[in-house]
Design a protein around this ligand. Structure first.
Ligand code: ATP
Length: 241
């Protein structure tokens, strides 16, 4: 993917949440966004998804200019995985996935069976296809939401702390599914608190703290942080690992 973020400003009312952040990255497949709580990571991801507009600067992802392109059509090209899976509780796993293809991509349910079942099989969920979200584990539900995002064959996938609501065993399960995305050469950007995983999977790390991108680069920055902020953050999060 190619990401060109130029002096992007985002405010909620008068509160600055992203303060003129800039980032130029090209030829990477997996980007991990890390940093302390409240720093602006999820907000940044929502901007990259076209889910919200920004107040200044410019974002380009691949050839899409998010301030000029039609955001409705851009959103159809990205997959988004929410912190808490966001599946519809009254629909089966299969229907949750099919609905996006039906409503957003005009593909009738009967045409989606092979695609969805193939993906569910790949992600170890085929036997759960007719179950409702409350009948499967949190990890399975989160994996189903990854499959839902993948079903549209997105140009890029955005994952917002996909394991934050899960216990360690389920976290492991979901991280394995995310690793599979990488093995399948899918481009994705993940906001994560799992630093060990980020180190393992990312091509590029972006550290956001206090409304700014403080440091970014290859995973090597996690071994050799240049800034005091990243060093302090890593000391804190790695102290219990
Ligand atoms: N919709 C909103 N309206 C008003 N303020 C918001 C909104 N969304 C986020 N904020 C504020 O923006 C700041 C950044 O929030 P954000 O969720 O982007 O941080 P984060 O780094 O992802 O944190 P966490 O790791 O806890 O999820 C916070 O101060 C938050 O309260």
């Amino acid at each position: 993917m190619e990401l060109r973020v130029n002096k992007v400003l985002k405010k909620y009312a008068e509160n600055i949440v992203l303060n003129e952040i800039s980032l130029m990255i090209s030829e990477v497949n997996v980007v991990a966004i890390i940093g302390p709580s409240g720093g602006g990571k999820s907000t940044f991801l929502r901007l990259l998804a076209g889910l919200e507009e920004y107040d200044g600067g410019n974002i380009m992802i691949n050839e899409h200019n998010l301030s000029k392109d039609d955001l409705d059509s851009y959103r159809k090209k990205v997959g988004y995985v929410f912190q808490d899976n966001n599946l519809f509780p009254h629909l089966s796993v299969f229907k949750n996935i099919s609905l996006v293809l039906e409503k957003v991509h005009d593909r009738p349910e009967k045409d989606n069976k092979d695609l969805i079942e193939g993906l569910l099989k790949q992600y170890g969920l085929l036997e759960h296809k007719d179950k409702y979200p409350h009948q499967i584990s949190g990890g399975q539900a989160q994996r189903a939401s990854i499959v839902r995002a993948l079903a549209i064959n997105p140009e890029i996938l955005l994952l917002d702390e996909p394991t934050s609501a899960l216990d360690p065993a389920l976290t492991y399960e979901v991280l394995q599914s995310i690793k599979k995305l990488k093995d399948n050469n899918k481009d994705f950007i993940i906001v994560t608190h799992e630093i060990g995983f980020a180190k393992h999977i990312a091509d590029h790390i972006v550290f956001i703290d206090n409304q700014k991108i403080i440091e970014h680069g290859s995973v090597d920055i996690l071994n050799n942080p240049k800034t005091e902020e990243l060093k302090k953050f890593l000391d804190k999060v790695l102290s219990y690992e």
